[in-house]
Design a protein around this ligand. Structure first.
Ligand code: PAF
Length: 314
């Protein structure tokens, strides 16, 4: 299978390194130094066991450098780059190919589907964890399930189910434990609720994920943010199932206790965060269905203020 990964950060790099021995993998990145190291030395993956593996893959810094279409495009960029990634996907995706978003936040799937066509867009979430160590170097930081689903309304259409099954089969062969879910919207909301509970709070508190489940003062805030997101999702008719959502978020905190969330990493690097597509999206969707989300609104404003004062930190 010809795979193109757009966004070669920690997650894109990890998927590139894991899939590299099982498919033809190319990574598309705007980071020229990273691309140079990958093309010279391959991706250097430090596995969960500490062993170092060199995986020969190719990196492109410009989609125009591609000489062949991709059967599968994985979008692993930040949400602010989704539009650009979708345009690249439109250029480089095979006629019968599939674009799979593994990004955080709401709205990515819709934006990709609008550009490549709904029949060629699918949803994914992953609990794998990775850290970018430097140009061409990635560390596998945690193992967890990956779940794929057809875009809403597409499961029975255009052979999308068969393509998703082939992708899941390849991922499993490459030791990326993967299953398929029926409801793409519910899948994306299940990940959104985790990010709503964890990301902004860890970024504001400068704490690793585990603190939110261990410290009652933190857990109370997490519970309020999660309860609002659940109320908004339910008002929109998203089928969140019988599972207690706060318990699920607590479990993720425990399983990823030592992780620095992606939003904390963005704040520590002085980069813009994905707040608008996470807590901000809960507020915006809540407005559409008349459900107030004041805790998420406050978290959104606090993170926006943190971003805006990055150069004034004491
Ligand atoms: O964005 C993140 O950091 C991750 O999605 C998660 C699951 C919160 C773990 O850190």
């Amino acid at each position: 299978m010809e795979i193109l990964i757009i966004g070669a950060g920690a997650m894109g790099g990890l998927f590139g390194a894991m899939l590299g021995p099982f498919a033809q993998v190319r990574l598309c990145t705007t980071n020229a130094e990273h691309a140079l190291a990958i093309n010279r030395d391959g991706l250097l993956l430090t596995g969960m066991d500490g062993a170092l593996r060199r995986v020969p893959v190719t990196a492109l810094t410009d989609p125009a450098q591609s000489d062949r279409p991709a059967d599968l495009i994985l979008v692993c960029t930040k949400a602010r780059s989704t539009e650009a990634a979708a345009q690249t996907a439109r250029q480089l995706l095979a006629e019968d190919g599939l674009t799979l978003t593994l990004q955080n936040g709401l709205g990515n799937l819709e934006r990709i589907a609008a550009v490549v066509g709904p029949a060629r867009a699918a949803a994914g979430i992953t609990a794998q964890a990775a850290t970018l160590l430097g140009p061409g170097r990635v560390r596998h930081a945690g193992v967890g399930p990956t779940v794929l689903a057809a875009a809403p309304g597409q499961s029975g259409q255009s052979g999308q189910g068969g393509k998703i099954a082939a992708v899941a089969e390849l991922f499993n062969r490459a030791s990326v434990e993967t299953r398929i879910a029926e409801d793409g919207e519910a899948l994306l909301w299940s990940k959104l609720i985790v990010n709503v509970g964890i990301n902004a709070l860890t970024a504001l508190l400068r704490a690793a994920n585990g603190a939110l489940a261990q410290v009652p003062e933190c857990e109370r805030l997490m519970a309020q943010a999660v309860a609002e997101a659940v109320a908004v999702g339910q008002a929109l008719g998203v089928n969140l199932g019988p599972e207690d959502q706060l318990d699920r978020v607590r479990q993720v905190c425990t399983l990823t206790a030592a992780n620095r969330s992606s939003m904390l990493q963005d704040i520590l690097r002085g980069r813009p965060t994905e707040i608008d597509v996470i807590n901000g999206a809960v507020v915006a969707k809540g407005r559409e269905v008349g459900v107030a989300a004041p805790v998420n609104a406050l978290l959104t404003q606090l993170i926006q203020a943190l971003e805006a004062t990055a150069s004034q930190r004491i």
